[in-house]
Design a protein around this ligand. Structure first.
Ligand SMILES: [Cu+2]
Ligand SMILES: [Zn+2]
Length: 176
């Protein structure tokens, strides 16, 4: 009987450690935006886990003034000269395209970023839908910035035009 209890105890520790490694949480992630071919757009985006979701802070330069569609795309692959290697909008729940405050939207729909007359854009908002951990994590996926405004309506892209910059989302801070 004693032996049996010890065995159960050892198994408990084993599965406990296994479970901990699976529940690893990403606290912060970053993406560096680099221009696609023929563009000069550059920027950085940080993603921070907060109570209400993920705080997104982006600073982008060398944009044309005005609104630019801004999304997380499926793949963290910026190898294609036009950014097409990043795939479509990140959409693990098979929803329609929308704006960041809409109930019906892709997880990756971050709306528009607005560039001033100097071509600089700053964005800071908390996204209630995206997550840095678990099976729908945005870590390892791509960020795409577009030439034109996202209309939040046209399916499945928001009609935001060409991809002017691309970045890969990487975890920078994790906890267990
Ligand atoms: Cu996009
Ligand atoms: Zn979308």
């Amino acid at each position: 009987m004693k032996k049996f209890q010890v065995m159960i105890g050892v198994m408990g520790i084993f599965f406990g450690v296994l479970g901990m490694s699976y529940s690893r949480e990403v606290k912060k992630a970053m993406a560096v935006l680099n221009p696609t071919q023929g563009n000069q757009v550059q920027g950085t985006i940080s993603f921070m886990a907060v109570e209400e979701g993920v705080q997104v802070i982006a600073d982008v330069d060398r944009l044309t003034p005005g609104r630019h569609g801004f999304h997380i795309h499926e793949k963290g692959d910026c190898s294609a000269p036009d950014g097409s290697s990043a795939g479509g909008h990140f959409n693990p729940h098979a929803m329609s395209h929308g704006g960041p405050m809409d109930a019906m939207r892709h997880d990756g729909d971050m709306g528009n970023i607005v560039a001033d007359e100097k071509g600089h854009a700053h964005l800071d908002y908390v996204d209630s839908k995206m997550t840095l951990s678990g099976e729908n994590s945005i870590v390892g996926r791509g960020v795409i910035l577009h030439a034109q405004e996202d209309d939040f309506k046209t399916q499945p892209t928001g009609n935001a035009g060409a991809r002017v910059a691309c970045g890969e989302i990487e975890a920078v801070e994790e906890s267990r």
